[in-house]
Design a protein around this ligand. Structure first.
Ligand code: NAP
Length: 439
């Protein structure tokens, strides 16, 4: 029998579990740990609440979770309740699939003020993540600045733009919807330090900006490179740039009909966040030029007055004691997923925050190949590890309160019955409430 522990129950974790049962069938037991009492990681608290079709992939993870050989072990924080070394003593292989939950910092003055949020916090807030449920952003000013030209910046801009009716069918947190309903924001500035040819936004996500009831996207024609230059772009990016071109062609009367403008400000690098000593009041920006792909400051600066700044500039992995970390890259130090003997990483914890949910599938299958190679090479011991029963003994001795997959199904049911009309669920944003619902 092979014993595998997976730390993290998001896409990378469940694709790894799926690959393990495909590889070893009945000869493997996989325990999938999560510090929250609920599974699915970013699917639950990262994917936008109005992107329910993407969230539906959790049905596939549930299939894996319900197989005899895989079990969910919720409400257990590895590194706190149980150390990684202890897990390594119990399981033949430990695979870290904890993603990249921390916001990267801009590293400029004023960043710590109230009203400046990283996207992990802001997205976590509207997605009912227990850690961020009390963020209570102040949306009383007329301008929000969203930094970054990736899909997360699009998610944040879209959520700030939608009407209450447009959230029908979504599972946006009730506490967020309440605040969004009272929002005064009429201008969202998307700040990109480089140009239209360097955006990270994908076409489908960009096209959604054209369908918003009360907001329209605005691109300045002067920022767009000559159309002929698009020919050298890879097809996905070319499509995205095409969308930018169509935004630039939107006639003035359409903009005039919409209450909110989503303005793409290219060649604009944040220099400092301005405030009144307490709260953000604006952002100082430097104009850039793109030289051999890099943003270079021109020395010309300007200020955008605003009452909210959301940075969507990427994430880094959280340290876990006992797991070597690469500070420069913001993820675990690894060689194609191998960290130490019997210790592996997968997904964002391995490669950093890039790619789509689907990218984690080949990643999960590849790491299982590595584990299998190491087992066959005799590197992972002689099969004497205790695995699941050993973990259960330790958990009982420590009085740890484990949430099982069956418990999660009770939480899920309670969330579905608490949903407002037309919504799939109202997620608990409070760990105690989740545990009460599980009992
Ligand atoms: P991302 O795609 O890497 O984009 C980050 C953006 O931040 C880039 O435009 C980058 O500009 C900018 N940036 C970084 N540091 C900066 C700085 N110091 N100052 C100004 N700008 C800075 O990251 P993301 O949007 O967080 O997305 C993470 C991953 O999740 C991506 O793979 C994304 O596609 C995926 N995702 C997918 C969906 C979806 O499919 N619907 C939704 C959300 C997220 P430079 O290029 O100049 O560095």
């Amino acid at each position: 029998m092979r014993h595998i522990a997976v730390i993290g129950s998001g896409p990378a974790g469940y694709y790894t579990a799926e690959a393990a049962i495909k590889h070893w069938g009945d000869d493997v037991r996989v325990d999938v740990f999560d510090r929250l009492p609920v599974p699915y990681g970013l699917i639950r608290t990262g994917v936008a609440p109005d992107h329910q079709t993407i969230k539906a992939v959790s049905g596939r993870y549930e299939k894996t979770a319900l197989t005899e050989n895989v079990r969910f072990v919720g409400n257990i924080s590895i590194g706190k309740d149980i150390s990684v070394d202890e897990l390594r003593g119990l399981y033949d292989a430990v695979v870290v699939a904890t993603g990249a939950p921390h916001d990267r910092k801009l590293g400029i003055d004023g960043e710590e003020q109230t009203g400046v949020y990283g996207s992990a916090a802001f997205v976590g807030w509207y997605n009912s993540h227990p850690q961020f449920r009390n963020l209570d952003p102040d949306l009383s000013s007329d301008t929000a600045v969203v930094i970054g030209m990736g899909n997360v910046a699009l998610d944040v801009s879209r959520i700030l733009s939608k009407t209450e009716a447009e959230f029908e069918g979504s599972d946006i947190a009730a506490h967020a919807l309440d605040i969004l309903k009272g929002s005064n924001i009429s201008r969202i500035v998307l700040l990109g330090r480089r140009g239209p040819h360097q955006i990270m936004m994908t076409p489908k996500e960009l096209s959604e900006l054209m369908k918003l009831d009360r907001a329209s996207p605005h691109v300045d024609n002067a920022d767009l490179p000559p159309e002929g230059d698009d020919a050298m772009l890879e097809p996905g990016l070319r499509k995205s740039v095409n969308h930018l071109r169509s935004f630039a062609a939107i006639p003035a009367h359409i903009h005039a009909d919409k209450a909110i403008e989503i303005e793409f400000d290219f060649f604009a690098s944040p220099k400092a966040i301005l405030g009144d000593g307490n709260k953000v009041t604006g952002i100082e920006v430097e104009r850039t030029e793109v030289k051999t792909g890099r943003a270079v400051g021109t020395g010309e600066t300007y200020t955008i007055p605003c009452g909210l700044v959301v940075t969507c500039i990427g994430y880094h992995t959280a340290n876990i004691p006992g797991v070597p970390f690469d500070e420069r890259l913001g993820r675990f130090a690894n060689d194609e997923g191998r960290i130490l003997t019997g210790l592996y990483c997968v997904g964002w914890a391995r490669r950093g925050p890039s790619g789509t949910i689907g990218t984690n599938k080949p990643d999960g299958f590849a790491i299982v190949e590595k584990v299998a190679e190491d087992m066959e090479a005799g590197l992972l011991g002689n099969g004497s590890k205790k695995g699941r029963p050993g973990f259960d003994e330790l958990a009982a001795a420590r009085g740890l309160d484990i949430v099982t997959f069956r418990d999660w199904k009770k939480i899920e049911e309670a969330e579905a019955s608490a949903a407002r009309d037309g919504a799939p669920r109202e997620k608990f944003a409070d760990i105690e409430a989740m545990i009460r619902a599980a009992q």
